[in-house]
Design a protein around this ligand. Structure first.
Ligand code: ADP
Ligand code: MG
Length: 322
């Protein structure tokens, strides 16, 4: 869709920072950039809708960050190196303060992740804010971390920690009693996710299967199990719980850790003989990793270990506390 005068002005003001050398960025009909010889282009897109994926009053700087973070997370989960991104915005009105903060949050992550904004689209919305980000990255053929690549006896790993974003969401939605201290400790996990993009790309050719945890560890790991025709046993006591979960009702902690979404960390599988290598890569990337279980031949997800007693066994998949 072509932009009217006001939209041109807006693009120029908020979404036109110089692209890195070698790129043709914002301003022409297409952006241009090279993919390294012998690589595949990896691409993914995510749509964020006001009232469904974010609260109307969310900090626009955090929203700009998160809109890109959830996409960079997909590149990390593929083992791909970020190359650039596109941003399409549909806005009901032009709020300069909102746009300034949104674009600052977006660009700050784009710079850190090496994922420059090189194009997009801007239109007027008739119902709320709609944000669409498309990311592009590169990965060597045969090295991408496919969901279908898990093998029996693989270790299962997760990066970062679990549960905090879910607790923050419950607090903000009033599904948990108001608790300022707990909200302060968990809110950044929900609003400022930091996907491990540096570590993710170093896993290409090292790990087997990977994905980013957006809908909860159990459900997302279930996608790997289904695509790879295998099962998994998790040791509950090894799950890296966010420190703020300490002291909360154990049942709530389990739900948050196993079924809580919005994590944007990786769950991946790798051969046991890669343990030292993976720990070394994680240390180099300053990324926390935890080994939480094993891939087994028998289908289904089982959770064992101390603390797992409250979890209902369910072999076809995971019954996430519906
Ligand atoms: P077209 O008519 O081809 O859709 P536009 O007038 O919409 O072009 O956009 C002009 C230029 O600005 C293009 O290079 C486009 O990629 C870029 N652009 C438009 N909106 C955005 C945005 N929200 N973020 C980044 N670049 C944008
Ligand atoms: Mg356009």
């Amino acid at each position: 869709m072509s932009a009217g005068p006001k939209e041109f002005d807006l693009i120029a003001r908020y979404f036109t920072r110089p692209a890195p050398s070698g790129f043709l960025g914002v301003g022409d009909d297409c952006a241009l950039f090279a993919v390294a010889a012998g690589h595949h282009l990896a691409t993914s897109t995510d749509l964020l809708i006001e009232g469904r994926h974010f609260f109307s009053d969310v900090d626009p700087r955090a929203l700009g960050h998160k809109a890109l973070a959830v996409n960079v997370s997909d590149l990390a989960a593929m083992g791909a190196q970020p190359l650039g991104c596109l941003l399409s915005l549909s806005l009901p009105d032009v709020n300069e303060t909102w746009l300034q903060a949104f674009s600052e949050g977006f660009y700050a992550l784009a710079e850190r992740a090496g994922c420059p904004l090189i194009g997009g689209d801007t239109t007027r919305s008739t119902s709320g804010i709609i944000i669409n980000v498309t990311v592009m990255g590169q990965v060597r053929p045969g090295q991408a971390l496919l969901r279908s690549a898990a093998q029996v006896d693989d270790d299962i790993w997760v990066t970062g920690n679990l549960g905090a974003a879910d607790i923050a969401l419950r607090l903000l939605q009033g599904r948990l009693p108001a608790n300022e201290r707990l909200l302060a400790a968990t809110r950044s996990a929900l609003e400022w996710p930091e996907p491990p993009w540096t570590f993710g790309q170093t896993l290409a050719g090292v790990a087997h299967a990977a994905l980013d945890i957006s809908d909860g560890l159990a459900q997302d790991l279930g996608h790997i199990l289904k695509a790879s025709s295998c099962g998994a046993i998790l040791d509950y006591s090894t799950l890296p719980l966010h420190p703020a979960l300490q002291g909360l009702d154990p049942r709530l902690v389990q739900e948050a850790a196993l079924a809580g979404g919005d994590v944007y960390q990786l769950c991946f599988t790798a051969a046991q003989d890669q343990r030292a290598r993976i720990q070394e890569l994680a240390d180099q990337a300053k990324c926390a990793v935890a080994r939480i279980g094993s891939i087994v031949a028998e289908p289904g997800l089982r959770v064992s270990g101390p603390g797992a007693s409250l979890i209902r066994p369910h072999t076809a998949g995971f019954d996430h506390f519906s």
